[in-house]
Design a protein around this ligand. Structure first.
Ligand code: ZN
Length: 166
């Protein structure tokens, strides 16, 4: 579990898991590296470029994304950008970014398998944590609903008893 838990961004983890010594690991440089590689893989195959030299459009988009990442509202506790609920690159850039990350997935596995697999695990980790968060909320709502129903039943029972006394 330890390995898997570590892949989940801290703000999604349960309290007891984050209570331990608060050592925040700055994963932003690693994420930037993953994104840069994904862009290269994508641009090479779609825009006929070679190696790390990207076409002007991809270069500009990558620069914008890196700038925004450095100013991320979540700081170094940020989730990975392609699983963020508040993507901040601007609508058109958000879409293009997700398209590129998506489209480069398979080629990334061939060219940078370790990076690709790590990124995939992180994505699963975030998805898992989000799902768990939703389940917890649903569970709370359900117990609230049950408590309310029980109260109504009690009230009804008291009413009936009251009528019997008369
Ligand atoms: Zn390009």
């Amino acid at each position: 579990m330890g390995f898997f838990t570590n892949l989940i961004p801290k703000r999604f983890r349960k309290k007891e898991e984050t209570d331990k010594p608060a050592e925040y690991k700055n994963n932003v440089p690693k994420e930037k590296d993953t994104i840069k590689k994904s862009f290269a893989v994508y641009c090479n195959s779609h825009h006929d470029t070679k190696g790390e030299k990207l076409c002007p459009k991809c270069t500009a988009l990558l620069a914008t994304i890196f700038k925004k990442m450095s100013r991320c509202r979540y700081g170094i506790t940020k989730p990975i950008c392609d699983r963020c609920d508040n993507m901040c690159f601007g609508d058109a850039n958000n879409k293009k970014f997700l398209d590129i990350m998506d489209a480069s997935g398979k080629r990334m596995l061939m060219k940078h398998p370790v990076t690709a697999v790590k990124h995939k695990l992180t994505k699963w980790g975030v998805d898992y944590a989000k799902q768990k968060q939703n389940d917890d909320i649903a569970e709370k709502e359900e117990s609230k609903r049950k408590a309310k129903a029980a109260k109504i039943r009690q009230r009804e029972a008291r009413k009936i008893q009251g009528k019997k006394k008369k």
